[in-house]
Design a protein. Structure first.
Length: 217
């Protein structure tokens, strides 16, 4: 592993990116860093007693839920610099979702009680977090619109363009397996495969297994 900076790790997360260096150092002081999880292992699960927020220092993971029949629904993917569980920093946790490593992953974390104590001493941190949460609500609404008002092909293309923009490259690998991506987009694996072929036929994308290239017209 390369040399790790606790402050740099935390500051990559949108939740803390606008904070002063002094505030970041205070958060770094109460955080735990570089816990290792091999590929396919569970990072968080209901009832595990791990109350707090995690940051992806290296690697990636998927967030999913299971219904009473054990059917999996993928809710999203977190990659290097992303975070999850921020809501448990502000209220008593009620874990319903699983987080599973998609590759060898290093995770950093903040315990809820430690964070609550820090908030009481740092009012500017509270204000910045409220502003960031507003932005996240907008992003969540965008995905809801994508799932509810677009057809399967448009949802897929919208997602692929978003990934391309996020990664800064027209060529990228899908962060999720196709069955998990289908779950995330609210469709079936068969429909997803058909729409990928249709988008490729329309010369909007090129597909090489899990590698996608957005065709610029």
């Amino acid at each position: 592993m390369k040399k790790h900076s606790a402050v740099a790790c935390i500051s990559r997360a949108d939740l803390f990116s606008s904070l002063s260096s002094d505030a970041l150092k205070k958060i770094a002081a109460i955080s735990t860093h570089q816990e290792y999880f091999p590929r396919n292992t569970i990072i968080r699960q209901p009832g595990d007693g791990k109350e707090g927020m995690i940051f992806m220092d290296e690697g990636s993971a998927k967030i999913y839920s299971l219904n009473e029949d054990g059917k999996e629904t993928v809710l999203g993917v977190i990659n290097k610099g992303d975070y999850a569980g921020q809501q448990s920093l502000f209220k008593e946790p009620n874990h319903e979702n699983y987080i599973q490593a998609l590759q060898d992953t290093y995770v950093c974390s903040i315990n809820r009680d430690d964070f609550q104590n820090l908030l009481k001493k740092t009012p500017d941190l509270v204000i910045n977090l409220l502003n960031t949460f507003g932005e996240k609500l907008v992003a969540a609404e965008t995905n809801s619109i994508r799932r509810n008002s677009m057809n399967a092909k448009d949802r897929l293309m919208d997602y692929l363009v978003e990934q391309s923009q996020k990664l800064g490259s027209a060529r990228f690998s899908l962060p999720l397996k196709k069955k998990d991506l289908a779950s995330y987009l609210g469709t079936s694996p068969e429909t997803l495969s058909r729409q990928l072929k249709l988008l490729e036929k329309e010369n909007k994308i090129r597909v090489n297994r899990r590698e996608i290239t957005i065709v610029k017209n």
